[in-house]
Design a protein around this ligand. Structure first.
Ligand SMILES: [Zn+2]
Ligand SMILES: [Zn+2]
Length: 281
């Protein structure tokens, strides 16, 4: 059975995410260590590191991921924006590694019409630099698939595969978002659809490269290219689709992390229970 997790509020201290996750029944955690709408990387000192590590030990070291700030764009043609993105991602990866966090999930960004192939060499160069500057020992950089609006890179599995092939670096992996995939045209509504989509994910990207699942239903339809998360079972993927995803043997060992609206404040105990119910039912 997959590990059921959630995006958790970490305001007031990153270590607080552990007890908040436990309170909602989540066994894997994602957090924004800095406000996602602003530039910035986690600021660490010895006290913060030890407080976080103590909490990790106390709560049994559940899988823990950072989601990088939303402003990151490694794919654009503005060099200032790209170097800011590179530095921010470097700070995130370095902090994740120091804290023993499993990885940093990020969106590659938009080529803004220039085309994926044209921007690919520059994207790869920046990711290589991030790894070279952060020198992570255990934390990984995880590329998230995208819903595909406005020239955003990584909506098609092929684009993510081209990035992985260009890097050939075990420190880089993939976060698969069920809502983004659906919005990009990968159907997940029935067991047969899920099976076909996971076949394609495996054939093109390779399941060995997928480390974590973002488990979100989609407000908008198949191929809509919109990024609007719905609560599990309330969206266009639906409960049958999620049940199939959760029972897919090839995903059985992965954390399924909710990034759903809940009652308005994000994932909560109820959404965790819904997902767990579909996984066990
Ligand atoms: Zn996501
Ligand atoms: Zn999204």
């Amino acid at each position: 059975m997959p590990i059921i997790g959630a995006h958790v509020d970490s305001s007031g201290g990153l270590h607080l995410a552990y007890e908040r996750a436990k309170a909602m029944g989540a066994e894997a955690i994602q957090a924004h260590p800095t406000p996602p709408g602003f530039w910035g990387s986690p600021k660490l000192d010895e006290t913060r590191i030890s407080t976080f590590k103590e909490a990790a030990a106390k709560f049994g070291r559940p899988p823990f991921y950072f989601h990088a700030v939303y402003l990151i764009n490694l794919a654009g043609d503005d060099p200032t924006m790209r170097s800011r993105s590179e530095s921010t991602l470097t700070g995130y990866l370095r902090a994740a590694d120091e804290l023993g966090v499993n990885g940093v999930i990020f969106h590659t960004g938009s080529h803004k019409g220039a085309g994926f192939e044209a921007r690919l060499p520059s994207i790869l160069e920046h990711i290589r630099k991030v790894l070279e500057r952060a020198e992570p020992k255990t934390a990984r950089l995880l590329i998230e698939n995208n819903a595909g609006l406005g020239g955003c890179v990584g909506a098609r599995f092929e684009e993510i595969a081209r990035m992985l092939d260009g890097l050939k670096d075990p420190r880089v992996g993939v976060c698969f978002d069920t809502c983004h995939a659906f919005a990009s045209g990968y159907d997940e509504r029935t067991p047969a659809d899920v099976s076909r989509t996971i076949d394609e994910l495996d054939r093109v990207i390779g399941l060995k490269n997928v480390e974590v699942i973002h488990s979100n239903d989609s407000v908008t339809g198949l191929g809509s290219n919109r990024d609007r998360h719905a609560n599990i079972g309330d969206g266009q993927i639906g409960a049958e689709g999620f049940k199939a995803l959760l029972h897919e043997p090839r995903l059985a060992k992965l954390p399924f992390i909710l990034e759903v609206p809940g009652a308005g404040n994000g994932p909560d105990a109820e959404q965790v229970a819904v997902l767990r119910g579909l996984a066990t039912g």
